[in-house]
Design a protein. Structure first.
Length: 108
């Protein structure tokens, strides 16, 4: 794996492992992910709200979520943008949202 993509891959692994539990019951999980990574720093306050919805799982998800936040914050702006585009691409591959919404998200 290229050194450029390795940090993004590490974040994606955490989402694959803990995302289903953390985002269960949320109507638009891609929107939730985007809200966490929309700015230049990971939105830890919003993340804590997601964890609070599933207190029984907090012991497993919280450490991984905080590690993901630290990893995201360490990414340069280009890599952060790449991660956002990957979320939009995944949303489109899942058939969620309209093509115009996906195109709008691509510009992020």
């Amino acid at each position: 794996m290229s050194p450029t993509l390795e940090p993004i891959h590490r974040l994606a692994q955490g989402v694959r492992v803990h995302g289903p539990a953390l985002l269960s019951g949320i109507p638009e999980p891609h929107d939730e992910l985007m809200s966490l990574v929309w700015g230049p720093r990971f939105d830890r306050e919003h993340a804590m709200g997601l964890v609070a919805r599933q207190p029984a799982l907090a012991a497993h998800t919280l450490p991984a979520l905080l590690a993901a936040a630290d990893h995201f914050d360490a990414l340069h702006a280009g890599a952060q943008g790449r991660l956002r585009r990957l979320i939009v691409r995944h949303r489109a591959l899942c058939g969620v949202g309209s093509p115009s919404e996906a195109a709008h998200g691509e510009r992020a």
